[in-house]
Design a protein around this ligand. Structure first.
Ligand code: UDP
Length: 394
């Protein structure tokens, strides 16, 4: 029986609002799965690295789900991870806490998880959320290489974790191909959608709440970084007179600010006055952005799942997404949206126009989107995780 689980989330805290900086889909995932498991009576302690001195040492989010800030210091990443793991062990000893399972999120936590799993004799599950080798394979010219330390750590964690949790079959295939994951320890557990928040609603009312004008609108939602391919959406909209683009999200990563600057310049050049940039907004309000849009575009170069695509479909907005990684699982081409191969803006513009110019097709895709998104729920994610945890404990 699973009674208590330790989540490791070194890289960023589930208390952070997603959509800017290091906070994105993984934060949403950690928060939603912790809440869902806690509602079933399982104690979930999320250990994160203290970055903000103002945050309390322990935050009880809901009964059974607590976020614990761990001090970690060190010049090198190995020191930092060792220091974090020591901090976690100290907290556990001081609180007499034992865990049935450790579940790490992202490669840094995977590394810490290996140290703790050995020391505490608890099985380790790992969800990478993104993979260094996949990012490396989709890196644009001029972008910095993924660190070899990351790739080495991922390889070691894949070899030694009790369970490697992939988000989609495509993510699992990447783990097999790039990391030689052992098939018997590799499992697929897709993320979910909070259908209470991401539910269909009136487009006009959503536009009024957001202060958006009438007219054809495409939206892109997510952290601003080159990987997200926002330039493709801007160029595509540039060729469609009368169509506007709303970009919601803040800069992320070392190149985030520069990317936002480049995107603004591009927009001014190819679609003047038709592209609006807005800072990240609270997760609950993102639903209104999806409702307000005729299409949500996800032109990413890689995505292990693509929560934005799933959430938008749950709201009933057709998604036009890149045919890469997990997006080809999250969106069903021709049924819940359109998948586009490559990053040629002409192809993207054609996919947008096919929906914007054909209200019947838009309505069909909207119905398909709602039906498909119904397959994703945090309850189903929790069911699968518990099954995996029980398997490891047994
Ligand atoms: N998001 C948000 N506010 C914003 C932009 C994004 O709450 O302003 C959320 C969005 O709803 C989604 C997550 O951030 O849940 C992004 O997840 P996704 O898997 O699409 O991308 P990732 O951040 O993991 O690269």
């Amino acid at each position: 029986m699973i009674r208590r689980v330790a989540f490791l989330s070194v890289h960023s805290s589930p208390l952070e609002a997603p959509g800017v900086g290091d906070a994105g889909g993984m934060n949403v995932y950690v928060d939603a799965t912790a809440r869902t498991l806690a509602a079933r009576g399982i104690v979930v302690d999320v250990f994160t690295r203290r970055l903000d001195p103002a945050v309390p040492d322990e935050t009880a989010v809901v009964p059974g789900y607590c976020v614990i800030q761990v001090e970690a210091s060190g010049e090198e990443r190995a020191d930092l991870i060792g220091s974090f793991a020591e901090g976690v062990v100290k907290w556990m000893a001081a609180h007499d806490a034992t865990y049935d399972v450790i579940h790490s999120h992202y490669w840094l936590s995977g590394w810490a998880g290996l140290l703790l799993s050995e020391l505490l004799d608890a099985p380790l599950a790992i969800s990478f959320h993104t993979l260094g080798r996949v990012r490396e394979a989709t890196r644009a010219p001029g972008e910095p290489r993924e660190s070899l330390v990351r790739i080495a750590a991922e390889t070691e964690v894949v070899a030694r974790a009790g369970c490697v949790v992939a988000s989609t079959p495509a993510d699992a295939a990447d783990l097999l191909e790039h990391y030689r994951a052992a098939p018997e320890r590799l499992c697929v557990s897709p993320p979910g959608v909070d259908h209470a928040v991401f539910a269909p609603g009136d487009r006009g009312a959503a536009r009024r709440r957001l202060g958006l004008a009438d007219g054809l609108l495409v939206a892109v939602v997510g952290r601003i970084q080159p990987l997200k391919g926002v330039n493709v959406a801007i160029r595509a909209v540039g060729t469609l007179p009368g169509v506007r683009l709303l970009v919601v999200g803040g800069p992320s990563g070392p190149d985030g600010e520069a990317e936002l600057g480049r995107l603004r310049q591009l927009a001014a050049a190819v679609a003047p006055d038709r592209v609006e940039f807005r800072d990240a907004i609270s997760h609950g309000n993102v639903a209104d952005v999806y409702r307000a849009a005729d299409i949500v575009a996800v032109p990413s170069r890689s995505e292990s799942f693509g929560l934005v695509a799933a959430e938008a479909q749950a709201v009933g907005t057709p998604v036009v997404a890149a045919r890469v990684g997990g997006l080809a699982y999250t969106v069903v081409d021709g049924i819940s949206g359109t998948l586009v191969s490559g990053d040629d803006p002409t192809d993207w513009a054609a996919a947008f126009a096919a929906i914007l110019d054909d209200p019947l097709q838009a309505a069909r895709l909207s119905t398909g989107a709602i039906a498909h998104a119904g397959d994703f729920s945090w309850e189903a994610t929790a069911d699968r995780l518990l099954e995996l945890y029980r398997g490891m404990v047994a």
